[in-house]
Design a protein around this ligand. Structure first.
Ligand SMILES: NC(=O)C1=CN([C@@H]2O[C@H](COP(=O)(O)OP(=O)(O)OC[C@H]3O[C@@H](n4cnc5c(N)ncnc54)[C@H](OP(=O)(O)O)[C@@H]3O)[C@@H](O)[C@H]2O)C=CC1
Ligand SMILES: CC(C)(CO)C(=O)C(=O)O
Length: 361
């Protein structure tokens, strides 16, 4: 532990793959409590928590169970300096309602979820403490009952706030590159651009690496990204993509459509052969996904601006279909999914020509 921040008390609300990875890395440098479900905490109670990055032996940490506080109730928030909210978007409101009664003035709440509005929504329900956004740019996978592996790289971003300084210090002590950002909206939008890949990967049912090696699936992601980029530009946002990735040469098979896609691919190509996105994980476990915060958010923004985002809209519908279908959901090949998105775009172009003609007639 560092002498300065050893006493920083951090509670993770929603200890799943991201929360356990962060908690495990931070445990030697802060007083960490993981609040989560029994199916996640019991294996940790039994054997301790292991976190690794797959980047060498030295990067594997074992945290004995008694070096953490593990709780199924949010009551430990009562003594927290920092609360990291790591639930999925759909569980955030309920989780916030559970921890807010224990929140003490002077603590800091950080919403770590993907999507644009997580911190804003938490802030609506919190009046005793500042609530800021944090962005996790890397992917984490559960590789054993109590083992969590970071499968790609990137620097955590935390919205600039004076109360965030101790958190940034312990993240650095824990070897988790992290930086304050003065334009968190730009980074949140940049992260959404990367996460547009999640739905394509989840619909394909392929591991991330295999998905990114499929030319047609890459085109599907690029279609969504180009729609989103147009919408974000129209909204006056210049997204900052939160990736710090060495410019490693990509496999030659990957002739990639956009510079943005190349950045995603460089990060993800370092992923384990069978790494998947958080959305695939949700579908596999029969849970609702975060699609409404990703492609769904692009569609909502587009509508507000009088624009269309047909590929994002079609993907949103397909992921909702997959949520409903459960195990019998369709696994889309690249060719099928690309044809589906191109059809949606052609349909939209026809409609827009008809609207234009009707407007002139
Ligand atoms: N996985 C990844 O690699 C990345 C994920 N993210 C983002 O981080 C966020 C978290 O993702 P991830 O870690 O994958 O999600 P997980 O589903 O793995 O973890 C969330 C955990 O929180 C639990 N939970 C929900 N509500 C409560 C509650 N009220 N009290 C206690 N526990 C609760 C969930 O249980 P239950 O399932 O029972 O609801 C689940 O176990 C998401 O927004 C995701 O998009 C960002 C970057 C990478
Ligand atoms: C895998 C990645 C990087 C994008 O698909 C991700 O951020 C996630 O799993 O949420």
């Amino acid at each position: 532990m560092t002498s300065t921040d050893a006493s920083l008390r951090i509670t993770v609300i929603g200890a799943g793959v991201v929360g356990c990875y962060l908690g495990g890395r931070l445990a030697r440098h802060a007083d960490v409590t993981l609040v989560g479900r029994a199916h996640v905490l019991d294996p940790i109670r039994a054997v301790g928590l292991t976190v690794e990055s797959g980047e060498g032996e030295g990067d594997r940490l074992h945290v004995p169970a008694d070096a953490l506080t593990l709780s199924e109730s949010t009551e430990p928030v009562r003594r927290s300096d920092v609360v990291l909210v790591c639930t999925k978007a759909g569980s955030t409101a309920a989780a916030t309602a559970e921890f807010v009664p224990f929140l003490r003035p002077g603590s800091l709440v950080v919403g770590m979820q993907n999507g644009l509005h997580s911190a804003d929504r938490i802030r609506d329900d919190v009046d005793v403490a500042p609530v800021i956004a944090g962005i996790i740019p890397f992917n984490v996978a559960r590789t054993g009952p109590a083992t969590y592996r970071r499968t790609s790289r990137g620097e955590i971003r935390i919205a600039e706030h004076p109360a965030a300084a101790p958190l940034l210090r312990v993240l650095a002590d824990a070897g988790l590159p992290a930086r304050a950002t003065d334009d968190v909206q730009a980074v949140l939008h940049g992260k959404v651009l990367l996460n547009l890949n999640n739905a394509v990967q989840a619909l394909s049912g392929l591991p991330l690496r295999t998905e990114l090696l499929d030319r047609d699936l890459r085109k599907c992601v690029a279609l969504c990204q180009s729609e989103a980029s147009r919408v974000f530009t129209a909204a006056g946002v210049v997204p900052r993509v939160p990736l710090v990735v060495p410019a490693a040469a990509l496999p030659t098979v990957m002739r990639l459509p956009t510079p943005l896609f190349r950045r995603l691919a460089r990060a993800v190509m370092r992923v384990d052969a069978d790494g998947t996105s958080s959305m695939a994980d949700d579908l596999a476990r029969g849970r609702l996904t975060e699609i409404d915060e990703l492609q769904g958010e692009v569609v909502r923004m587009a509508r507000r601006l009088g624009m269309e985002a047909p590929a994002c809209e079609r993907i949103t519908d397909l992921v909702h279909d997959a949520e409903r279908a459960g195990e019998s959901r369709r696994r889309w090949t690249g060719r099928q999914l690309l044809a589906e998105l191109q059809r949606a775009r052609r349909r939209e172009r026809r409609l827009s020509r008809a609207r234009y003609a009707a407007g002139r007639g």
